[in-house]
Ligand binder design. Structure first.
Ligand SMILES: Nc1nc2c(c(=O)[nH]1)N[C@H]1C(S)=C(S)[C@@H](COP(=O)(O)O)O[C@H]1N2
Ligand SMILES: [Mo]
Length: 390
């Protein structure tokens, strides 16, 4: 059954995309792969997402201990701000008290290894590499926090592979448990203390993981895990342990840690696995969402500019599909210039002429249906807006 409203919505969307096609054709310059249909237009102002006002303030440290948070304002993303300054990078869990008293800091390398040893900080400092930008996203990222538990930085430190090689793990060692300090005097309302994650050894070997001591060329700030934290590109933040003090080689029988169990559903596990090896890698699938909507007047008509990000997934994609309401068709989004990596986010824009005045719920999906998109399939990153002029 097709209702009259569906038909009108389809027609409106089709006419809107015809108008945009014509603008794109007019804007296309020889040799410019990314035509800008807003050139010569007039920027009117931003259109706020519904519920944006209900969110917490940005770039301010709120709360204490495990409940501490700082949210990054994704609405400000531009080609020049794709690296988040340290004082705006999201925080999930503030530095434990008494951190400074733990001197000297060392990381114990234990478990199923030939000879256990410890890594001192000055050893880490001798073998520093800078990697990234790598994006971090908290698996608990959501609205109405405006999805602000997400940021990107360059990280410097010792590649974890050096530790894995030096440790000479025994044959039974199939996994690695990486733990960080977490003593907070105030009990959390939402989280369990003690952060550790168990990784398949092979996954870590292939991951370019870093024991980071620096963030954006500055010493790691305390709330981000000073003196040393783990950063695993493409893995959710919950696996990127801060204040690292132990790396243990373990076997197949290793239980899942409380941290893993706390984050089981948010990392899309099947149920609540008991053993660490039953966990699927807590990696980010391909995802995309709008971060800003701008209203413009182009050739005397309202034209909206959707600015969005795409991140995660094993391979970069150069096309997405966008839909503005359930009764409208999916429209192709060309990401231009196309991303070269999924280690961090990439911006895309979409020129949009809405079919009618009213409420829209914007969602995206991969154009290639074989790409795994667990969160997009759930419309996890849907954003709502109200359009008052077409
Ligand atoms: N020791 C420790 N490490 C931790 C956590 C923690 O509570 N304790 N939280 C994790 C979670 S859930 C996230 S999302 C990231 C956040 O890193 P950031 O605060 O530097 O952005 O740290 C991870 N590392
Ligand atoms: Mo997180």
């Amino acid at each position: 059954m097709t209702s009259r409203r569906d038909v009108l919505a389809w027609l409106g969307a089709a006419l809107g995309s015809r108008f945009v096609e014509a603008l794109l054709a007019a804007a296309r310059q020889p040799g410019d792969p990314c035509p800008n249909p807003f050139a010569g237009g007039h920027f009117v102002g931003p259109v706020r997402f519904s519920g944006a006002d209900l969110g917490p303030p940005f770039h301010t440290l709120l709360g204490e201990g495990l409940d501490a948070r700082r949210y990054t304002d994704l609405g400000m993303l531009s080609p020049e701000t794709l690296i988040t300054p340290n004082d705006r990078f999201f925080v999930r869990t503030a530095a434990p008290l008494g951190l400074e008293k733990r001197q000297p800091w060392r990381i114990r390398v234990t478990g199923l290894v030939d000879t256990p040893f410890a890594i001192e900080l000055d050893e880490l400092a001798r073998d520093i590499e800078t990697e990234g930008p790598y994006l971090l996203e908290c698996a608990g990222n959501n609205d109405p926090s405006n999805f602000g538990l997400m940021s990107a930085a360059r990280w410097s430190g010792m590649p974890l592979i050096r530790v894995l090689e030096r440790a000479r793990p025994l044959k039974q060692a199939t996994q690695v448990r990486i733990s960080g300090v977490d003593d907070h005097p105030v009990p959390s309302r939402t989280s369990l203390p003690g952060a550790s994650w168990v990784f398949p050894l092979e996954a870590l070997r292939d991951s370019r993981a870093l024991l980071a001591t620096h963030m954006n060329e500055e010493p790691l700030p305390r709330h981000h895990g000073a003196p040393v934290r783990l950063v695993v590109p493409r893995w959710y933040g919950c696996a990127c342990i801060k204040w690292v003090d132990e790396i243990a080689f373990v076997d197949d029988k290793e239980p899942a840690t409380p941290q893993m169990r706390e984050f089981a559903s948010r990392t899309h596990q099947d149920g609540l696995p008991v053993l660490a090896r039953e966990f699927r890698p807590a990696t980010m699938d391909l995802a995309a969402m709008p971060v800003r909507v701008e209203k413009w007047i182009v050739r005397d008509r309202a034209l909206y500019r959707i600015v969005g990000i795409v991140w995660g997934g094993e391979r970069p994609v150069d096309r997405l599909l966008i839909r503005f309401n359930v009764d409208e068709p999916w429209q192709p989004v060309r990401i231009c210039p196309p991303p070269t990596t999924t280690d961090t986010w990439t911006l895309w824009t979409y020129p949009w002429r809405p079919a009618y005045v009213g409420r829209y719920r914007i969602v995206l999906k991969a154009e290639d249906p074989t790409v795994r998109t667990t969160r997009l399939d759930l419309y996890f990153y849907a954003r709502e807006i109200w359009i008052d002029e077409v």
